[in-house]
Design a binder for this molecule. Structure first.
Ligand code: A3P
Length: 295
């Protein structure tokens, strides 16, 4: 559905101090009351951390590497986005409710906003984290092209919004730390974008085992190939090319933009980088989590 001019660039609203899309906030009680099931798998990410990538990997594993089966629908329709709401379309909750089990669902919610039934049912969680600098660059370009998110302003302006957590789904730091702290208390497989980039087969094998699956080497090799950036950029089921330009304007910046580690170096000035590193050290003090900022 195309977006009419008055619906473009809506302001975010907040739930418990976390900025979210206004339509999500409008549907908040339905989201919070969502009834998870014990065999649900939840893909969790901070925006722009490789959500689409891990979704395609998970689906390829679920379909035993059958490329045609993964072409059955665009990726946004294969795994309901639990906080998605844009009436009159079906909400993420309604789509998940209509889906047969075992279900794979996705979310960008921080731990404190997750519908409680996911914890109560001891579901499996697959979290993908991406280094903050690349994440921020990717998010900036995404906000430039996504007419459903606020205009990011200049890079300098966005830098300030991002470090103060004034972006959709809130602070990167709190999101990542929150999920990291939960990882030993629940069934959470915590992955890093940079590790998948470095050794996709190894990380895909981890996902496969976590999902309780066993695929042979040739299938794994197919999955590695089919989920490469180059393949997914050309694949209309993963590259968002079916989304109208009035919503995602890929002439501004493609959805499958660069898919690399270290693109932040093309954006951060030396001064920004020094300031950012200081803030990062403070915010990440006391956590054992380690990120790789370049390969
Ligand atoms: P860039 O903007 O840095 O290119 P999400 O799916 O969470 O919105 O994340 C989008 C980011 O993941 C984009 O980053 C996109 O290019 C990257 N991405 C998507 N598929 C990928 C793949 N197969 N390999 C590497 N990066 C991928």
């Amino acid at each position: 559905m195309a977006l009419t001019a008055e619906l473009r660039r809506p302001q975010l609203r907040e739930v418990a101090g976390i900025p979210l899309q206004a339509t999500t906030v409008g549907n908040w009680s339905q989201i919070q009351n969502f009834e998870a099931k014990p065999d649900d798998l939840l893909i969790c990410t901070y925006p722009k951390s490789g959500t689409t990538w891990i979704q395609e990997i998970v689906d390829m594993i679920e379909q035993n590497g059958d490329v045609e089966k993964c072409q059955r629908a665009i990726i946004q329709h294969r795994h309901p986005f639990i906080e998605w709401a844009r009436p009159p379309q079906l909400s993420g909750v309604e789509k998940a409710n209509a889906m047969p089990s075992p279900r794979t669902i996705r979310t960008h919610l921080p731990i404190q906003l997750l519908p409680p039934s996911f914890w109560e049912n001891n579901c499996k969680f697959l979290y993908v984290a991406r280094n903050v600098k690349d994440c921020m660059v990717s998010y900036y370009h995404f906000q430039r092209m996504n007419q459903m998110l606020p205009d990011p302003g200049t890079w300098e302006e966005y830098f300030e919004s991002f470090i103060s957590g004034k972006v959709g789904w809130g602070s990167w730091y709190d999101h990542v730390k929150g999920w990291w702290e939960m990882k030993d208390r629940y069934q959470i497989l915590f992955l890093f974008y940079e590790d998948i980039k470095k050794d996709p087969k190894h990380e895909i094998q981890k996902v496969m085992k976590f999902m309780g699956r066993n695929l042979d080497e040739t299938v794994l090799d197919t999955i590695v190939q089919e989920t490469s950036f180059e393949k997914m950029k050309e694949n209309p089921m993963t590259n968002r090319s079916t989304v109208p330009k009035s919503i995602l304007d890929q002439s501004i910046s493609p959805f499958m933009r660069k898919g690399t580690v270290g693109d932040w170096k093309n954006h951060f000035t030396v001064a920004q980088n020094e300031r950012f590193d200081q803030i990062y050290r403070k915010k990440m003090e006391g956590t054992s989590i380690n990120f790789c900022m370049e390969l």
